[in-house]
Design a protein around this ligand. Sequence first.
Ligand SMILES: [Zn+2]
Ligand SMILES: [Zn+2]
Length: 55
Amino acid sequence: MPSSSSRTYTQVWYCDNCNDGPISTALNPYCPSCGHQRCSYCLVQMIKIRSERSS
Ligand SMILES: [Zn+2]
Ligand SMILES: [Zn+2]
């Protein structure tokens, strides 16, 4: 595997109850809008985020 640390992927999910999202799977196991717990029907996606470290 190429060790490119410039790109970071994070996993998010979309609530199948109220269609809210994207919600971080790491930070929010429950939907912040309706309180629905992430289940197998909720859509889970991996999104690419930019890491802007200018130091
Ligand atoms: Zn919800
Ligand atoms: Zn669900």
